[in-house]
Design a protein around this ligand. Structure first.
Ligand code: TRP
Length: 331
């Protein structure tokens, strides 16, 4: 039996936070053993909001290097850049012809992003159709993404089902693989909101590539409460978030953390959390610097990834073109 396909993508539109690391990246390497995984840097999605070209180039290579630094093995997984595989836009066009504008208008991520734009361009509205093409091209079974992407996965399933019933079974119907509970890292300044790199207050988030002193400073300044008791409960969301961060890096449980720190102050807990994060990220940061500095090595990996991805993508695209009635053409 062939292995099931796992597919995920990250936009090269900015730096990644430890929320991205704990909720997604740190789990990707485990999946490689059981599944055929594809990990894409979705540069074509990134341009649905305006990007500076030099920054986009840098961010794209940064995400590639981060994938590798987090343990993805290019021998096992297919790691590539979306714009290197033209089949994504080719399938996306076909899927656009069976996607309702009404449904696209109801996507919450579209509504949020559109609010911030002076002029709303078609690419922003059609973003989820390109995402559906990413996923469906590879006959993906599982998509490891955050809860915020659930609506896009539902849309992908709707589109796939529509195509399958209009023509004949063509696409595998994918499922979301949502992160475990506790994998949602909250803002250090407002623990009721998700940690986000677009937070205007940079003390709210920690980047994967933040240096140790920055990490220590941000955790020290994090918002807690005036209870003065170390406990793991919803009523103390700041503390809860710190405890969960500690657990993620130290592979322990909230109960054990509370037991260990219950007779100490918040300051001691914060110091321990900071050290856990600094230590946990150190090997990732070190590998990142090494990999990111090896331009040729990196280039070889994304070239090879794109060729392998193209081969898989072409199989699906050919079937699709044939079913809709396009005349086959062999180049
Ligand atoms: N929309 C996703 C995000 O913002 C990124 C993405 C694009 C993606 N294509 C994908 C994720 C395909 C999973 C699979 O996080």
């Amino acid at each position: 039996m062939d292995k099931k396909i796992v597919y995920s993508g990250i936009q090269p539109s900015g730096s990644l936070t430890i929320g991205n690391y704990i909720g997604a990246l740190s789990n990707f390497s485990e999946l490689q053993e059981e599944y055929q995984c594809l990990y894409c840097v979705v540069d074509m999605h990134a341009i649905t909001v305006q990007q500076d070209p030099a920054q986009l180039r840098k961010n794209t290579l940064d995400i590639l290097a981060l994938y590798l630094a987090c343990g993805l093995d290019p021998e096992k997984s297919i790691i590539y850049i979306q714009s290197h595989v033209p089949q994504h836009t080719q399938l996306s066009w076909v899927l656009n012809t069976i996607t309702s504008i009404g449904q696209l208008n109801r996507m919450t991520q579209f509504k949020d992003k559109a609010e911030k734009q002076k002029e709303i361009y078609a690419g922003l509205l059609n973003y989820p159709v390109l995402m559906a093409a990413d996923i469906l091209l590879y006959q993906t079974s599982l998509v490891p993404v955050g809860e915020d992407q659930r609506q896009h996965i539902e849309l992908t399933r709707d589109i796939a089902e529509r195509f399958n019933s209009r023509y004949s079974p063509t696409f595998e119907i994918p499922e979301i693989m949502a992160p475990k509970v506790g994998a949602r890292v909250m803002s250090l300044q407002n623990p009721k909101a998700k940690m986000s790199k677009s937070d205007p207050d940079e003390n709210g988030y920690i980047l994967i590539l933040d240096d140790p002193d920055t990490i220590r400073r941000k955790i020290k300044r994090s918002v807690t409460d005036s209870e003065g008791v170390i406990a793991y409960r919803d009523e103390q969301p700041g503390l809860k978030n710190l405890i969960e961060m500690y657990c993620a890096f130290k592979k322990t449980t909230p109960e054990e953390v509370v037991e260990e720190f219950k007779d100490q102050g918040y300051g001691a807990l914060k110091e321990a959390v900071a050290e856990a994060v600094v230590e946990g990220l150190a090997p990732v940061q070190e590998r990142f610097r090494e990999i990111r500095g090896d331009k040729e090595g990196l280039e070889k990996i994304y070239q090879d990834g794109a060729l392998r991805a193209q081969k898989m993508a072409n199989k699906t695209l050919r079937k699709v073109y044939k079913k809709i009635g396009f005349i086959p053409f062999s180049s």
